[in-house]
Design a protein around this ligand. Structure first.
Ligand SMILES: [Zn+2]
Length: 418
């Protein structure tokens, strides 16, 4: 029982700290009384947590504010200079890095294509060079940490990428590699899991208790967040929705299985639909736009075609929306999420995916879980994972605010309950 109570207490405290910081991030400057008001926490709890946060340098007092009874109260805000945070993503065809201050304001960002680079060492070199460049933009004080998202299964405790089917990488000790290069702690996780956390902290899933995030791009990833904490599953691999079988006789997936959901809803599925329509004799603006090289399609290009009224592009997106809806209906039945966030580069096409996606969900999901689930587009689009990297560092650093810039134990591996 003691373990359960202490785990509950730790979780509660973490959630309260996160709540206070989130309020300050969104609405500072705020007095302690206003913080208590907004968060619903009692004043003693707020005062004690604020004291801790000020002690650790994460929150600062900033001037006085008159209140109703005439006695001015001290206003609080996040201390943006408490440290810098890095978020990074190694995607299947790009690397990206952002730098924020402690208030999660983005100070610098860069995204580079890695199309045509097949050598793992070269891609890692590109990522390290970008992180180094971001780091050089930050002055003192130091970097609090780096959150790195990757498109595959990750052993979070060691920060090892176990298997990334679309990159064809396995067993890459990313945390070890990066910590040998840099002087700050590194956390690695699946890109969709990280993005789920990012959208929960800062984006379209803010305020929702139970969140399903689905990102569609080269592949399809999923992440689950309950009360602003990642739901990792037994060993950290929960959320691999892209590899649900939707057709046992379907096309071969990079994971080795056949008929995985992602083979129907990824960007390549859209491109394939366009190529098939053109091969079948339909005309498309995309032929002109690519000079006839339909192997050069990109999601923004297909979206532009659809916006121009191109029937082939519209039909390809509509069909993709249909398959997205089919999979989402099952996930909504299974999980009963409060909010479903659609992210990844395919979310750029949401206006064309939406009608068929919604129609399938309406048609297939059970009424009650369906009515609970609000389906929305990611606030950060392609940057959700990067913001998730920032949220990951926040999460680790803030869970132990007495140890600024230290290395708290990874939370989700800790405190087994029972
Ligand atoms: Zn698969």
């Amino acid at each position: 029982m003691t373990d359960i109570r202490s785990a509950d207490y730790t979780l509660m405290r973490e959630m309260n700290v996160a709540l206070i910081l989130e309020c300050l991030r969104r609405a500072a400057p705020l007095s302690r009384a206003k913080l208590a008001n907004i968060t619903g926490l009692n004043k003693t709890t707020v005062s004690s947590l604020v004291k801790e946060l000020i002690g650790a340098g994460y929150v600062r007092e900033t001037g006085l504010e008159p209140n109703e009874i005439g006695r001015p109260s001290i206003k609080l805000e996040l201390n943006p200079q408490a440290g810098y945070i890095l978020g990074a993503e190694i995607g299947v065809d790009f690397v990206a890095v952002i730098l924020t201050n402690f208030a999660a304001d983005v100070l610098w960002r860069r995204r580079e294509s890695t199309v045509g680079l097949n050598d793992r060492a070269v891609i890692l070199e590109r990522a390290i060079a970008l992180i180094r460049e971001a780091r050089s933009q930050a002055g003192e004080p130091s970097i609090l940490g780096l959150g790195l998202g990757v498109p595959g299964l990750v052993d979070v405790a060691s920060g090892t990428l176990l298997f990334a089917p679309n990159l064809r990488w396995s067993d890459v000790p990313l945390r070890q590699l990066l910590e040998a290069e840099f002087d700050f702690p590194v956390w690695v996780d699946n890109e969709a899991t990280m993005a789920a956390l990012g959208e929960s902290y800062f984006g379209a899933a803010r305020g929702a208790d139970f969140v399903l995030y689905v990102s569609s791009g080269v592949g399809l990833g999923g992440g689950l967040v309950l009360n602003r904490r990642i739901l990792p599953g037994a060993a950290g691999f929960a959320g691999e929705a892209g590899h649900m079988t939707v057709d046992p006789a379907g096309p071969r997936c990079n994971c080795g299985n056949r008929g995985c959901w992602e083979t129907y809803v990824s960007q390549s599925a859209v491109f394939q639909r366009v190529r098939q329509a053109v091969a079948g004799g339909q005309r498309s603006w995309l032929e002109k736009a690519t000079g006839g090289a339909l192997n050069l399609l990109t999601v923004p290009l297909v979206v532009e075609a659809a916006q121009r009224g191109d029937a082939v592009a519209r039909a390809a997106l509509e069909e993709t929306g249909r398959y997205l809806g089919i999979g989402l209906a099952s996930l909504i039945n299974l999980l009963n999420p409060q909010r479903v966030v659609l992210g990844g580069i395919m979310s750029l096409a949401h206006e064309f995916l939406w009608p068929s996606l919604q129609a399938e969900v309406r048609e297939r999901a059970l009424r009650w879980p369906r009515e609970t689930a609000e389906i929305v587009i990611a606030a950060y689009g392609e940057d959700s994972c990067l913001m998730g990297g920032i949220a990951t560092v926040y999460h680790h650093v803030l869970s132990q605010p007495r140890q600024p810039a230290g290395r708290p134990a990874p939370l989700r591996a800790a405190a087994p309950v029972g």
